[in-house]
Design a protein around this ligand. Structure first.
Ligand SMILES: [Zn+2]
Length: 261
């Protein structure tokens, strides 16, 4: 829009009714979401490598759907930071960050879908696509002071031909109180830099042998391991590096980063 006309238009904003302001916000949301997501993607890797020949010799070559496009000097192919990633064909890009934000707040698939206004199948698909990408972002070893905690989840036998227990109705409650053989134990260990490892140790509470088997290989020899007797519910973030992935933008960059390193 021409500068003076925009200034006139902007002055009108102050006389809008509350209802009109809300309508305006709704109208701006897709474009703002798109700007945010493009900015986060651009910040993931300022010098992305070519998805075809892996060369890092490229130059800027226009834009494609809001993203910087590059041309590879080695093979001549054009690409963006998303080319060749499982995210390149994912639709509704403007809503990704809002949806990732809901995931970080440990909102359910349905609640996220409703808030972001996408179908629940879309919300489910995005959740798994992004988590699958981000979970590769693991440190090699934990160092300094590390904390280990256990997380018990009811085991799902969905898809099993034979259940070794009576079927649960609506999935949620164990047949006995407390931790039992129906629970799968996930051991989560995190150091003070936010480096996180998790292991499925099997049914019921884990044993000292399992602790040694899973944790020792990833612990620095000088690490001080602190454990807490109270298993905490860590939500979705247990799979992620909570200290470094605090915002949807960081989450998105982590997911893309897997393909650019
Ligand atoms: Zn190339």
């Amino acid at each position: 829009m021409e500068k003076q006309r925009f200034a006139r238009w902007l002055r009108q904003v102050s006389v809008l009714t509350r209802r009109q302001r809300l309508q305006l916000m709704d109208g701006l949301r897709p474009a703002v979401g798109m700007d945010r997501v493009c900015e986060a993607i651009a910040g993931a890797d300022p010098d992305p490598c070519c998805p075809l020949c892996q060369a890092r010799r490229s130059y800027r070559h226009g834009h494609s759907r809001g993203l910087q496009r590059y041309r590879c000097r080695a093979c001549g192919k054009t690409f963006t930071a998303l080319s060749g990633t499982p995210l390149s064909r994912l639709r509704h890009r403007a809503k990704w960050l809002d949806c990732l934000g809901k995931m970080l707040d440990a909102k359910s698939v349905r609640a996220s879908a409703k808030a972001v206004e996408v179908h629940r199948n879309t919300s489910f698909r995005w959740r798994h696509r992004f988590l699958a990408l981000a979970k590769h972002d693991r440190p090699q070893r934990l160092a300094g002071i590390a904390e280990a905690d256990e997380l018990f989840l009811l085991e799902s036998q969905k898809g099993s031909r034979k259940l070794d227990r009576p079927a649960r109705r609506r999935g949620g409650v164990a047949s006995t109180r407390g931790i039992s053989r129906e629970h799968v134990c996930v051991l989560v260990a995190r150091d003070r830099t936010g480096g996180t490892h998790d292991f499925i140790t099997g049914r019921g509470a884990f044993t000292k042998d399992q602790l040694h088997l899973h944790l020792l290989p990833v612990l620095d020899p000088d690490v001080l391991l602190v454990t807490d007797g109270h298993p905490a519910y860590l939500g979705w973030q247990w799979a992620l590096d909570g200290a470094r992935i605090a915002t949807p933008e960081q989450f998105l960059r982590t997911a893309i980063g897997v393909f650019n390193t």
